[in-house]
Write a protein that binds this ligand. Structure first.
Ligand code: GDP
Length: 528
């Protein structure tokens, strides 16, 4: 098999989805430990304060090094290369999360055994369903008293509408937690607090007949387990690889991330069965990962990762072919050829220069304002990947400067920060206002803070009479010109130079749509 195929097939690119506090950070850390990517527990920890309050988010940003390296974490495991893409926890960053989920081939869902399926899990699951993303489930915090395992599976099936195939099954819970039984391996793994860090650290019994097992967990617990397994085997679904890969069945694991229990069983199963890079759609054709020429798309941009250098990095998911340091790529939207010598990779603890990257990998391109979210890069073909949208913001504010002489710096700051995709920046045709749009109100605080911190500009955000935004398109140039003239009051240019209708009210938008049938008003912007 050619190298390129071998490398592609051993990639596993995924993200963890969960409701805040279910244990995503803890699990990430344990996975990195198994991957040898970090030596000690605790290094992912400090970034997690993020999601609860603005001030925490700011603190997080101060520890930029940590938040950056955890954007993409790559580590080898059992002959596979695992790429774990981080998703922001706070609901105000849901667009970011949405786009990260377009760049993965599968997802891992973490559920708190006491809380069951929570609101954000439901939303994220909906996003995964759009692309039939295969999902594995980890039911966490088994060391605490939670709900009955059968009940939890029922809830996943009925609320998230996905059949469950339990792979491990808990023996007891909370203070009575004895271990888990692996239904496919027919093995009992004993829970030993403070151990279970590797398979060698764990006590394992083969089969339920092992006389040592009854001795270890007690005859009563064993009898209970037998009864429960009978019930589970009858009531749940057997594991079916095709159904899982089609996104129609979720394998379920039980464990305790903080105790490292059940995590390795999950990881072993994950690298064996999770899909390798899948094909992607473009405006003209399907791209298969096996293709030999390079293609990829930008799903995330992060500004000022290193405040000393004002650098911005565009995260590119490789979809086909191979990236080699120094190669030329076509930046399809601009039509320019660029030589990329210093793309970054994210080997968990450090940014380093990457020599080669394969489908499923993510590389960081230095961006000086020319790259936007959704952009495609190829070895020369004019492809354009679809499905990586910018959403119309729902909240709008006008930026007001404390020091009018700082106008240039303000414009630059707003434009650069909006490249990250969390906020969008509009310049009205008819005024000198600078309008910022966002999906969550926290974004305005974050932008104000970062403007001051990173650009030395003090700005406040005040209300402005805008209800919603729509990207305007019209095939007929003459008609577009007429539309522009008649609606100049409500038109703006966004950071990518596209024309946007800022509607003062929903009613106004509806009227405009009816009045101009040849003009489309799009709620998302995707590069054509
Ligand atoms: P995230 O918000 O999903 O990233 O959740 P964290 O990983 O930060 O975990 C939230 C809280 O749950 C923290 O206090 C963790 O220490 C705790 N936690 C995580 N896993 C477990 C577990 O297996 N058992 C118990 N008892 N607590 C856990």
């Amino acid at each position: 098999m050619p190298d390129h195929l071998i490398e592609t097939r051993r990639r596993r690119t995924f993200a963890i989805i969960s409701h805040p506090d279910a244990g995503k950070t803890t699990l990430t850390e344990k996975l990195l430990l198994f991957g040898g990517a970090i030596q000690m527990a605790g290094s992912v920890k400090s970034r997690k304060a993020a999601r609860h309050a603005t001030s925490d988010w700011m603190a997080l940003e101060k520890e930029r090094g940590i938040s950056v390296t955890s954007s993409v974490m790559q580590f080898p495991y059992e002959g596979k290369i695992v790429n774990l893409l981080d998703t922001p926890g706070h609901a105000d960053f849901s667009e970011d999360t949405y786009r990260v989920l377009t760049a993965v081939d599968s997802a891992l869902m973490v559920i708190d055994c006491a809380k069951g399926v929570e609101e954000r899990t439901i939303k994220l699951m909906d996003v995964c369903r759009l692309r039939d993303t295969p999902i594995m489930t980890f039911i966490n915090k088994l060391d605490r008293e939670g709900r009955a395992p059968i009940e939890l599976l029922d809830e996943v099936e009925s609320v998230l509408k996905i059949p469950c195939a339990p792979i491990t099954w808990p023996i007891g819970m909370g203070s009575r937690l004895k271990g888990v039984y692996h239904l496919l391996l027919d093995e009992v793994h004993i829970f030993e607090a403070g151990r279970n860090f590797t398979r060698q650290d764990s006590t394992i019994f083969k089969g339920l007949e092992d006389p040592g097992l009854a001795e270890r967990i007690g005859a009563e617990a064993l009898a209970e387990l037998r009864d429960e397994l009978e019930l589970v085997r009858g009531a749940s679904h057997p594991f079916d690889l095709d159904a899982y890969r089609a996104g129609h069945l979720t394998p379920v694991f039980f464990g305790s991330a903080v105790n490292n229990f059940g995590v390795q069983l999950l990881l072993d199963f994950f690298v064996e069965h999770a899909p390798s890079p899948r094909g992607r759609s473009t405006t003209s054709r399907e791209v298969a990962p096996e293709e030999e020429t390079l293609s990829g798309f930008v799903f995330k941009i992060q500004a000022n990762m290193d405040p000393m250098h004002r650098d911005r990095v565009a995260f590119l998911r490789v979809c086909s072919g191979r990236y080699d340091a120094g190669m030329k790529m076509l930046h399809v939207r601009t039509g320019k050829e660029v030589r990329i010598a210093n793309a970054l990779t994210f080997m968990a603890s450090d940014r380093e220069i990457v020599a080669t990257a394969y489908p499923g990998d993510v590389i960081g391109l230095h961006n000086h304002g020319t790259i936007s979210i959704g952009d495609t890069f190829t070895a020369g073909e004019a492809l354009s990947f679809t499905g990586i949208p910018n959403f119309a913001p729902e909240l709008f504010r006008r930026a007001r400067l404390k020091d009018p002489l700082k106008m240039k710096a303000l414009q630059k700051g707003l434009a650069q920060l909006s490249e990250e995709g969390a906020t969008q920046f509009f310049r009205p045709l008819m005024s000198n206002d600078l309008i910022l749009g966002a999906v969550g109100v926290l974004q305005f605080d974050v932008v104000a803070y970062r403007l001051k911190d990173e650009y030395g500009v003090e700005a406040a955000f005040e209300n402005v009479g805008v209800a919603t935004a729509r990207w305007v398109r019209c095939a007929d140039a003459k008609k577009l010109e007429e539309f522009r003239e008649k609606n100049a009051m409500n038109l703006s240019i966004d950071a990518a130079g596209e024309l946007v209708y800022l509607a003062p009210s929903r009613v106004n938008l509806q009227l405009a749509t009816e009045r101009w049938p040849g003009v489309t008003f799009a709620a998302t912007r995707e590069h054509a």
